[in-house]
Design a protein around this ligand. Structure first.
Ligand SMILES: NC(=O)c1ccc[n+]([C@@H]2O[C@H](COP(=O)([O-])OP(=O)(O)OC[C@H]3O[C@@H](n4cnc5c(N)ncnc54)[C@H](OP(=O)(O)O)[C@@H]3O)[C@@H](O)[C@H]2O)c1
Length: 279
């Protein structure tokens, strides 16, 4: 732990609970690598206290905060200015405090497309099928739409998918039960449900109809190798795990608060994987 000066820059992650978050490890790695005079702190904030806590952090001189569950919607409301990414995602995960305003963005979608590119996959290569219609699906759908490819959504609860359609125009919808047959028409499959995550049921997805060119990507990163990724590898398909999205979504906040553009590389990945019990 470095010794801070009186000019140290401060940031952190607001969540409830927050103990599971890997963000302090990611930002801590970069702070150490770049010898930044600064700290990134876990901030367990109860939902009832969110507004007051955020205003307090700003008053105490924090540069900004990441926001995780369950605060992403409340964060949207507290911001004086939000960008298109936050608006399209319907949520804020990265806040920067300025003298005259609180600014919010959402970096999950760009984190996802950056992770694809890092893996050598062009996110704009062809039609994408996203499973899920929650917060992660919406951020990923917005980022893939920005790549000007057709984006389809399959979600267990159709009404929730239709709500998503109200926010993001030009999406297509596929019945949850039709998701396997639909693979033949897609270049990219993204699991943005919580299925396959530790403690959740597995995702049932037969990849028999998948074209050999299909790329299969995860948002789930615990475990790193989900049943879906294992099945895709067994079929010889190209896969992208969910950790890259987590690492890349952290970059814009770090750059804004600490003034250094951080890099996602193998050393960071190993450092975070060690904490996930896989490294
Ligand atoms: N890698 C990253 O940086 C990153 C960032 C954000 C999120 N994530 C991951 O993304 C995943 C989704 O997070 P979220 O915030 O979007 O969650 P969420 O808003 O709660 O949405 C959960 C989604 O999973 C679906 N689902 C849950 N149980 C299901 C079941 N038994 N059968 C079929 N569908 C089911 C839900 O469908 P219904 O609408 O039918 O309930 C919904 O579409 C999580 O695994 C999370 O870890 C990763």
């Amino acid at each position: 732990m470095p010794i801070l000066s009186g000019r140290a820059r401060l940031a952190g992650i607001a969540g409830w609970p927050v103990a599971h978050s890997r963000s302090p490890r990611i930002h801590g790695f970069w702070l150490d690598r770049h010898a930044v005079d600064g700290a990134y702190i876990p901030l367990p904030i109860h939902p009832d206290d969110f507004q007051a806590a955020l205003r307090g952090l700003r008053a105490a001189g924090f540069a900004g905060v990441n926001v995780t569950l369950p605060h992403k919607l409340a964060a949207f409301d507290i911001c004086d200015a939000v960008d298109d990414r936050a608006r399209l995602a319907g949520a804020v995960n990265t806040i920067t405090f300025h003298a005259d305003r609180i600014e919010g963005t959402n970096t999950d979608g760009v984190g996802f497309t950056a992770a694809l590119r890092e893996a050598g996959v062009d996110p704009g290569a062809g039609p994408a099928l996203i499973l899920g219609a929650g917060g992660a699906a919406r951020a990923v759908a917005a980022a893939l739409r920005a790549c000007e490819i057709p984006v389809s959504i399959a979600n267990r609860t159709r009404a929730r998918a239709m709500t998503l359609a109200g926010h993001l125009p030009n999406l297509s919808f596929i019945d949850w039960d039709e998701r396997e047959q639909a693979l033949a028409r897609h270049a990219l499959l993204v699991n943005a449900t919580s299925l396959g995550m530790d403690g959740q049921p597995p995702l049932a997805m037969d990849l028999r109809h998948a074209p050999s060119s299909l790329v299969v990507a995860e948002t789930v990163y615990t475990p790193l190798e989900t049943g879906l990724l294992a099945a895709a590898r067994a079929r010889g398909l190209r896969v992208v795990d969910g950790l890259g999205m987590l690492l890349h979504q952290a970059r814009p906040g770090f750059a804004a608060w600490f003034g250094v553009e951080p890099v996602v590389d193998a050393a960071l990945r190993r450092f975070v994987l060690a904490d996930l019990g896989a490294g």
